[in-house]
Write a protein that binds this ligand. Structure first.
Ligand SMILES: Cc1cc2nc3c(=O)[nH]c(=O)nc-3n(C[C@H](O)[C@H](O)[C@H](O)COP(=O)(O)O)c2cc1C
Length: 208
């Protein structure tokens, strides 16, 4: 009976997901390092090992970063200005570029190209197994005023700090980055006119 239930729930969860999307196991939302210890270990690190992050690690990381922590109203682990939740979290992995879909807790494929190297201007970027690109979404990004752009950057920064603390807790290396070629990313990531990249972050296992 239990196994039939599990099969049916997994079918329901996977409706809407395409074959090349990545469906995650549920995030493990208990445990981890005590918060004060994580603060004491938070740091930027720029040397990464080749080893990929497991789907469970990605599941936990993305949930901690920008997952839904109050299912009753769809609110998230990071705050957002006016609760607009208009930060789109792009994940550049060796398998391709994906968008984190918090509702389905999955990754939606954008392109199968490995664009990790293109998400930054520094050499270490290509060696991180995950490069996050924080993209702000609006009606027409070209018309945004200063306040809107500031809010977009602050929204992204909250998520980035969640990632820092998760990495500290899990012994992962990570560094947030302002150095990337926005124009180039606009094209490679197919952002269109309603989205702008505002911040990036490299994550991976530390170099041995
Ligand atoms: C908005 C912002 C942009 C940053 N951009 C870069 C960057 O492009 N490349 C980089 O290697 N580090 C970047 N950093 C990381 C800082 O260099 C780092 O946080 C600082 O040296 C302090 O080190 P810590 O994070 O270990 O405390 C950035 C940090 C912030 C907050």
């Amino acid at each position: 009976m239990r196994s039939i239930f599990l099969i049916i729930s997994s079918l329901i969860i996977n409706i809407g997901l395409q074959a090349q999307d990545i469906s995650f196991p549920a995030p493990q939302i208990e445990g981890g390092m005590p918060l004060m210890e994580a603060f004491s270990k938070r740091q930027s690190a720029r040397s990464f090992s080749e080893k990929s992050l497991s789907n469970q690690m990605l599941s936990n990381l993305l949930w901690a970063a920008w997952g839904i922590n109050r299912s009753e109203d769809g609110k998230r682990t990071a705050p957002s200005s006016h609760n607009e939740q208009n930060t789109v979290l792009y994940c550049a992995l060796v398998e391709g570029l994906y968008i984190y879909d918090a509702q389905n807790h999955s990754l939606v494929l954008v392109t199968k190209k490995d664009i990790r190297a293109e998400t930054g201007t520094q050499d270490y970027v290509k060696s991180a197994s995950l490069n996050l690109v924080y993209v702000a979404k609006g009606d027409s990004a070209a018309n945004w005023g200063e306040a809107r752009i500031n809010a977009a950057c602050v929204n992204a920064a909250f998520i980035a700090q969640n990632v820092y603390l998760f990495c500290a807790s899990e012994g992962l290396a990570c560094v947030v980055r302002g150095s990337f070629d926005g124009k180039k990313l606009q094209e490679i990531m197919q952002l269109g006119t309603d989205k702008v990249s505002v911040l990036a972050q490299s994550v991976g296992f530390p170099a041995e």
